[in-house]
Design a protein around this ligand. Sequence first.
Ligand code: 6LW
Length: 502
Amino acid sequence: MKYQNPIVRGFYPDPSVCEANGKYYLVCSSFQYFPGVPLFESDDLVNWTQIGHVLTRKSQVMLDKIASSGGVFAPTIRFDNGRFYMVTNNNSTSRNFYVYTDDIHGEWSEPIEVDQDGIDPSLYFEDGRAYFISNGTDDEGRGGVVQCEIDIATGEKLSPSKCIWTGSGGRFLESPHMYKINGTYYLMAAEGGTEYGHMITCALSDSIWGRFESFPNNPVLTNRNKAPYIIQGVGHGDLIQDKYGDWHILCLGFRQLGKWTAYHNLGREVFLVPVTFNEDGTFYAGNDGTCDLEYEIKGDFPQERCRRYTFANSRLEWVNLRHPVTENYEITDEKATLRGTEKTLDDVDNPTFLGIRQREFVGVIRANVTLDKGEAGITAYMCEQEHYDIAIRKTDGGYEALAKLNIGGIKHIASTCPISGNAAELIIRMDNNGYTLIVSDGGNEKILGYGQARYLSSEVSGGFTGTVLGLYAINGTAEFTDFEYTTSSETGEVPYDAAILS
Ligand code: 6LW
């Protein structure tokens, strides 16, 4: 069948994948959001269903007042001897740790720390031994891909940390993963940084401790020279074999707002790229070492995509900013009741916020909001410094709707208008150009503000996240009903892919 990239859309960066019991499992990084590390299941590598998160308890991860794009960096998922492991780095505490579970649909363990430097930790298991690999500095001060053997029960180091590869010459050597294929060790990594120069490179060795020889055809995957093209920043991936014996890389990449508009607001997304082995044991990805929009994969099944998110069908996908005050949230299939505190969306803290990733450039998010006091609304949120909000708030004489733009920390109220009661429908329409902030009072829609999409992009905000669509409340209690978030095809607008490719 033919499938279209990205296979997981919206802010789901740093994918790692493993196979277990005939199914595939995928994890992504989550930074300041909680629960942390979204977890997906798939039968075919193309369609992924989120089955929960890995870090669901406060005790598993410290997120208090951490900066945006701090917290949980790239994870790796592995399956060994009946047990799943997820290893990651909390960049805000500079600690590497792993958790495990024997039931992929259940709870994961408390964290076990490993005393090795670096980020992007990975695990490799062989013959009852466990190896811990990261990109950092070894015991002798050498920087690169660093490896030690650990006791998987305790996280204790059983060997010194040794630098085993320094990469192929690109900056920011990251995302190391080890595989053994036909008796040879393959060390795959990312280089170039997670922006437009990103790439995947690989090295081979007969021994797990090296010496690792770089592929002569590195990088095996990059879009750094592919332009004009909407898919950019391709890198940081994991290798996986499907049930037909074919190999693939699941990697991150991003979609620019347009062919000539080098901004991306959806964060880094998940792409699936076929891998072809050469006779000498090396490989390349895609048709020519680049990542395309469309590929063939064996199997006869449709590529499914959710186009309409409601409270009822997307419960597992909602996230909070840092650790939520749980008693401030009541969520059913029909409505969400949010109790706001004095914390706002501009604070590096845990305001009352319930978010779902923006999946496509084109879409509409809407909800009826009823408020007692304070302020409540819907936001297109990149970080504290960049977000667009449509809200209602209590005034001295009644209630009003307002559109707020925060760009680079410059806070602007675009306009306000009185509303007839203490409730209104709030709507954000979004496309490749921007976000239109709308209030509907008794069926009369009124545009209160507009913000360009490029100002909610990683190129403007910096960092590693993407736009999250959120419901929020400040200093009052709000009820959100009739919530829906629909993406392009449901809105009748020109589908993004068709618009860009024509
Ligand atoms: C991640 C690193 C990277 O840890 O960005 O894409 C960092 N590469 O590998 C944050 O996602």
